[in-house]
Structure formats: structure tokens, C-alpha cells
Design a protein around this ligand. Sequence first.
Ligand SMILES: *Cc1c(COP(=O)(O)O)cnc(C)c1O
Length: 225
Amino acid sequence: MSIANHIKYYTKELGTQTQLVAVSKTKPVALIEEAYEAGQRIFGENKAQEMSSKYEVLPKDIEWHMIGHLQRNKVKYIAPFVSLIHSVDSQRLLEEINKRAGQCNRCIDCLLQVHIADEETKFGFGIDELHTFLESDAFHSLKHIRVRGLMGMGTNGVSETQNRAEFARLKVSFDKISQQMEHFDILSIGMSGDYKIAIEEGSTMVRIGSAIFGARNYQTQGNTP
Ligand SMILES: *Cc1c(COP(=O)(O)O)cnc(C)c1O
């Protein structure tokens, strides 16, 4: 299937409840243009400089989403234009985004990445610290960011049952917070391999890369999620 057909397939499959982020990390501009021609407008990248150079040359109605671990010293490259940062994994990073957004006279939408996987290596807030953080004065003093929801990644290579339980746990927190916070309406869960489970567990945004653009070459570029 062509990229255009993949875009059409997923757009139809997801319906109106769930948005598609086409994850274009490591992929050339020409392939993003193919997806764009098919109507796709939201693209996900995991490196600030790569996102910024693609932003420069591609149409300006694209919404760029940062989905990968973001170092604080890289925030400045994307602050002028990024639409949504899914991967906010610490208070210090959120403070830096707030600072850079202020310098650009912007308010940047963010998701808090939550550590739901059964792995040491995954970044993110613990599910228990989330609530305390969102009620803190430190959080309320940040005027140039808006926390729109949560992002999570399930453990790689475990059973569907375990992934489902991880997503369900995140959904419970998401629902609790969304009753207390305005504009808290995005639950970013689901990738190529587990998007169906994620949708069943309440995903409002899936991040699909390889199923649209083909496998990535990890030897020369890109990060393993
Ligand atoms: C790469 C990546 C994806 C897309 O993964 P696929 O398995 O190719 O769909 C989704 N989310 C994050 C955070 C990623 O880094």
C-alpha cells in the first residue's frame, strides 16, 4: 500500500474520537509530502533539530508534535512553532518550555508523559506524583504552557493483556484529572503495534510511524522508542 492509502486507511479506521499523529522521524521530506497530499496535517518527530529543518521546508499548516525525549537545551529550536509536546517528562523540562514559550509570546500545549511501562528505561512522571504536581504552586505559576493531557507507552514485547492494563491505569488518572482541569482532553496512547488496544482503552490520539512510512533504519539514525 502507498503512504497515501495508509493515511486514508487509518483516518477512516480511527473515526472522529481519535486523532492520527503520523510519526515521520528519520523519514525524508518527500515521504511527508506524500502523506500531506493525502490530507494528513499532524506529524510527529523525536528530534528537535530534525523537526525544525523539516518545518522550514514544508507547508506551514502542518502541526508539528514532539513525541521523543526532549533535552532542555533543545527546546529553543522548536518553541517558535511546535503545536504539541507529548514527551514532557519532568518539571524542569516544563519550566524550560514555559520560559522559551514566553520569549516567543506563545502558550505551548503539552502532555505529561507518564511512566506506565514495566521497564527501567522509560522516561516520565510516576502515576502517583502526577496529581501532586498538577496541584502545586510551581505548576500553577507556569503561564506559557497549557497541559492538555497525558501520554504513555506500553511495555515492549509483553502480552496484550499487560499492555491493556497499563493503558487502563493511565485512563483512570486521565479521567480523574480531566474532571478537575480545563482543556485536559488528550490521551496519547497507541503506536503501530498496539493502537487498536489503545483505542479500546480510550485513546484520543495515536502515534503511528512504521505502519504508515515503513520500518526505520536504526543503524544510521533515529531512536528506539
Ligand atoms: C517512534 C515512536 C512512535 C511510532 O512508533 P511505530 O511503532 O513506528 O508506530 C510512537 N511514539 C513514540 C514516542 C515514538 O518514539
